[in-house]
Ligand binder design. Structure first.
Ligand code: NI
Length: 258
């Protein structure tokens, strides 16, 4: 089975440098053919590009995460730097960007301003985005609708089936992660069951969100088999069908040729 992990953070401190190579090689030998490693600010975006330079299987997303906006002193200089990072060969996405209303350490207006500005850059450059939306489904959808040429991936999607249909309608694919395997999962199970397979991707969000039976431990891309297995069970198809279709969807979205 070949799998595309559409969103991970291997620059996270949960992966000490001396362990990272064996974690990644284990994932590749378990069938993971591609990983999009996402940045959350300029520094981690640069680290992401460096990691992508070391492994053929890894591609980078670069962007400013909602709760990093408050730390930025000069918005225009930061966005200019982001533009230059986006020109790198192995950068295939602008992300992760979006809105997060779970914690209130960054004002909503500031989050929206950065989200909006980064979506405009993505539209201008024709590059797909990776969207983080936590407890901000309404505002996220409104802002995405205002950017008619934006397209991309709804990372670790946690909204309703109805909203997923709207997002698909405006050019987004829905990325399913570990929580679909959780006992109390309801909305994400419905989404994984009902959305058309040609608009689905899978991801780990490593080191977070480990699927059952690895829940609570550090996540890595080799655990994607559990998420794929759960989706296959829900849809009553072979896991290989889920793995290969989501892989093709991601390859197409990110413009990666094999
Ligand atoms: Ni993430």
């Amino acid at each position: 089975m070949r799998i595309f992990d559409a969103h991970a953070h291997y620059n996270d401190a949960a992966f000490p440098p001396e362990e990272l190579d064996s974690v990644l090689k284990n994932a590749f030998s378990s069938g993971v053919t591609h990983i999009i490693n996402a940045g959350t600010d300029i520094e981690t975006s640069k680290e992401s590009i460096a990691l992508a330079g070391e492994y053929a299987e890894i591609y980078a997303a670069v962007g400013i995460y909602p709760h990093e906006c408050i730390k930025i002193a000069d918005k225009n200089a930061t966005l200019d730097e982001l533009r230059s990072l986006l020109k790198h060969d192995k950068v295939v996405s602008l992300g992760e960007i979006g809105l997060d209303y779970h914690y209130d350490d960054t004002p909503k207006e500031m989050q929206k301003e950065f989200f909006d500005a980064q979506l405009s850059i993505a539209e201008e450059l024709g590059i797909p985005v990776e969207i983080h939306d936590r407890e901000a489904h309404g505002d996220t959808l409104d802002i995405l609708k205002a950017h008619k040429n934006a397209r991309g991936l709804m990372h670790s999607y946690s909204g309703s089936y109805e909203t997923a249909k709207e997002l698909i309608g405006i050019g987004f694919i829905i990325s399913i992660s570990g929580p679909v395997t959780f006992k109390n999962a309801r909305q994400s199970v419905e989404v994984a069951e009902r959305i058309p397979l040609e608009f689905m991707a899978v991801e780990t969000d490593s080191p977070y969100l480990s699927p059952v039976p690895k829940r609570g431990t550090r996540n890595d891309s080799s655990n994607l088999v559990y998420t794929v297995g759960k989706i296959a069970e829900l849809r009553n198809v072979a896991p290989e069908v889920i793995a290969e279709t989501t892989r093709k969807n991601a390859l197409t979205l990110f413009g990666i040729k094999e």
